[in-house]
Design a protein around this ligand. Structure first.
Ligand SMILES: [Fe+2]
Ligand SMILES: [Fe+2]
Length: 192
């Protein structure tokens, strides 16, 4: 059986915590997408599905590093509280902001202190992708609060998700390559 080196014990614990966070975000966003479709906010539903795809990619990346470091992959999906779509967007934004401002910076500092390149990469990539989600959720909240019924939140819409790091864009040709992980833009997955 694989063993976790002493210097990696805390890193693996942090990876497991991030894996649980990303797996729950994935489940939550998929539930929020169903609610947004039911509310007629089809573009918001597209955004939730795109972000859910990205969180799934993050979870897979974290899981791979856990296994590389000799850990075992495990997580629990918690009960999901589905509110109005505006409430769901705000809850999603708050989750992203926590990951960007608190969780990933802390985990990155620990992985950096132990010079763990694989953990640094997966934490960094996830954190940068979460910034794109925070931006898009903020935009959706502002449109919904302004009562902009003609805005993109009302209509199904394509989003473009990096298959490697989860970077999420509303633009089909924002860059030639992913600005976070350098994957070719034409490899991006289209989520609607
Ligand atoms: Fe996210
Ligand atoms: Fe990427």
């Amino acid at each position: 059986m694989a063993e976790i080196a002493t210097k990696n014990v805390v890193t693996v614990r942090n990876l497991l915590s991030a894996l649980e966070g990303e797996s729950n975000a994935n489940a939550k966003y998929n539930a929020f997408a169903i609610k947004a479709d039911a509310d007629g906010l089809r573009g918001a539903a597209s955004l939730f599905r795109a972000a859910a795809r990205a969180e799934h990619i993050h979870a897979g990346n974290h899981a791979r590093v856990i296994l590389q470091l000799g850990g075992e992959v495990a997580f629990k999906i918690h009960e999901i509280a589905v509110g109005s779509t505006l409430e769901n967007l705000k809850a999603a934004l708050a989750g992203e902001q926590y990951e960007i401002a608190t969780m990933y910076p802390g985990f990155l500092a620990e992985a950096t202190a132990h010079n763990n390149a694989a953990a640094i990469r997966t934490f960094h990539n996830a954190m940068e992708a979460e910034k794109t989600h925070a931006r898009l959720y903020s935009e959706a909240i502002a449109l919904l609060e302004a009562g902009s019924k003609e805005a993109w939140i009302a209509r199904p819409r394509d989003f473009f998700v990096c298959p490697v790091c989860g970077y999420t864009s509303e633009t089909p040709d924002e860059h030639d390559r992913c600005p976070v992980c350098n994957t070719a833009w034409d490899k991006f997955q289209v989520v609607r």
